[in-house]
Design a protein around this ligand. Structure first.
Ligand SMILES: *Cc1c(COP(=O)(O)O)cnc(C)c1O
Ligand SMILES: [Zn+2]
Length: 480
């Protein structure tokens, strides 16, 4: 076996989740022309991969860990499971994927009552997991441009903040013929997230309203104009996000039995991709048992939770109107990927049993408290990562986690992107609609050591002396 770039020449097909129609991979499709339902991508020759056993694939993926080929260092380490017709030059690599899994330290473990780890997807280039899907979608777009000799392609997305940061970054890197346009709900993305597409040079347009409004606009644009839609309606993004499952399985030495995975659910693309990924590995014999997947939603944006909370015969899909949420990246009332989740959950349950897919609901207060708790123990969780921890706490209270099970949470973005919510917590300035009351014992803010004018008229040495004394006094330190 070698870690050279694999022979390319495979195929993929869009498979409609409504009517089952199949379409070839050589045009960019978002919804079925026949019935308007969403797609998943499938390799029609997947069974030919089975001529090798699970051991072969495990060895190949393990060997690629040491690859010097940039194209194979990120999500395309799992090339055969993603887009097996890309050439090495098509692959866009900005350092995405292969994110660390970090165990909760003992003090945090004992507070929560269960050992767990975080997979830090905030350690991706634009600081969220969205880069996994974008790396795949942009690599495919490069292939499309090459094949059709396009000289200008406008990429467009609606975003709760991280999709636009990621899309703008990858478009800026690839450059012409790609140009990036992002549409954001005004005031509903953080300052940090807004600064990202601006810095990458994208055209940034704001629309009063919420994400669901922006999504409807870009869907219309994709129907009427020649633009490349980069929301997770674009199934190449879902495909790239499957890499989270591959990496997780590889990290646990290809044994994810007894693993409980917690995922925040917004547009529901990520949880779809994670289930797809584990099912594929299972089908190839790379893993022999599925993990259990827990989707987590805030009670301020919980349509998927509500659907599954009803008894199976009474389930009826109904979008909700969202309320203000600190898990802002998941504040979506009408998730585009709901048909995907329901199809995948069914397959997951058929393979892994009734308890292998579950939805958990958390409060805004729990999300904020859990985010701070995680980060005060050395994690770098965003509010959606905090939402996962809150989900674990609730799942444990509900008796859903077994004694012998292991738990993996996902921190879907870096904590720095959501620093504003931490600031609101510390300064007790949440607008009432969030329903968050700070726990004063977690309060933390900078203290001014000396008065503003104390530097004036003092030498460097005097000033250092004065400040050191003030600091020692503040810390109540004795002279040694
Ligand atoms: C997009 C996003 C989510 C929600 O993921 P979906 O695929 O839309 O369900 C959660 N957390 C962060 C940080 C995100 O950027
Ligand atoms: Zn269809």
């Amino acid at each position: 076996m070698s870690t050279n770039f694999p022979a390319c020449g495979g195929r993929m097909e869009y498979v409609c989740l409504g009517c089952g129609a199949r379409y070839p991979h050589d045009s960019l499709l978002y919804a079925c022309p026949k019935c308007d339902n969403v797609f998943l991508l499938e390799n029609p020759d997947f069974s030919s991969l089975k001529k090798y056993d699970g051991l072969y694939w495990r060895k190949l993926f393990d060997e690629r860990t040491a690859s010097r080929s940039t194209a194979l260092r990120g999500i395309f380490r799992y090339y055969e499971l993603l887009v097996p017709f890309l050439a090495e030059d098509d692959i866009v690599y900005l350092g995405e994927g292969i994110t660390p899994i970090v165990e909760a330290p003992p003090a945090l473990r004992s507070i929560v009552g269960v050992p767990f780890s975080y997979k830090n997807d905030g350690q991706n280039p634009s600081a969220s997991f969205k880069d996994r899907g974008m790396a795949c979608a942009f690599s495919y777009l490069k292939w499309l441009c090459r094949r059709h000799k396009w000289d200008e392609v406008l990429t467009i997305c609606a975003s709760t903040g991280d999709t636009s940061a990621s899309a703008a970054l990858y478009a800026a890197y690839v450059g012409p013929p790609l140009k990036s346009v992002v549409l954001l709900p005004k005031g509903k993305v953080t300052q940090q997230q807004l600064s990202q597409p601006l810095g990458s040079g994208a055209a940034v347009l704001e629309l009063p309203g919420v994400f669901d409004d922006c999504m409807k606009v870009v869907e219309r644009m994709a129907e009427r104009h020649n633009v490349a839609l980069l929301n997770s309606k674009n199934s190449w993004r879902i495909l790239g996000q499957e890499s989270w499952a591959y990496e997780t399985a590889q990290w646990f030495d290809w044994d994810v039995s007894g693993l409980c995975v917690f995922v925040p659910v917004g547009n529901a693309g990520n949880i779809t991709a994670i289930m797809c990924g584990f099912l594929k590995l299972r089908e190839l014999g790379v893993i022999t048992a599925l993990p259990r997947v827990f989707g987590v939603q805030s009670e301020h944006a919980d349509p998927v939770y509500r659907y599954y909370a009803a008894p199976p015969q009474q389930r009826r899909w109904q979008p909700v109107r969202v309320r203000a949420s600190v898990a802002q990246a998941a504040m979506i009332g009408n998730p585009v990927s709901f048909p995907r989740v329901s199809a995948l959950a069914e397959r997951f349950i058929a393979e892994g049993g009734e308890n292998s897919f579950q939805m958990i609901q958390v409060t805004e207060q729990q999300i904020m408290d859990a985010t701070l708790l995680a980060n005060r123990h050395g994690h770098i969780a965003c509010t959606q990562g905090g939402e996962c921890l809150a989900g674990l706490v609730n799942a444990k209270i509900l008796g859903l986690i077994g004694e012998q099970e292991r738990v993996l949470l996902t921190a879907t973005a870096h904590s720095l992107k959501f620093a504003g919510f931490q600031e609101m917590y510390f300064t007790d300035s949440f607008p009432p609609e969030y329903g968050v009351t700070p726990d004063k014992s977690l309060d933390n803010r900078p203290l001014l050591l000396l008065s503003e004018n104390s530097r004036e008229g003092r030498s460097d040495a005097d000033y250092a002396e004065l400040a050191a004394d003030a600091l020692a006094e503040r810390l109540q330190l004795e002279k040694k």
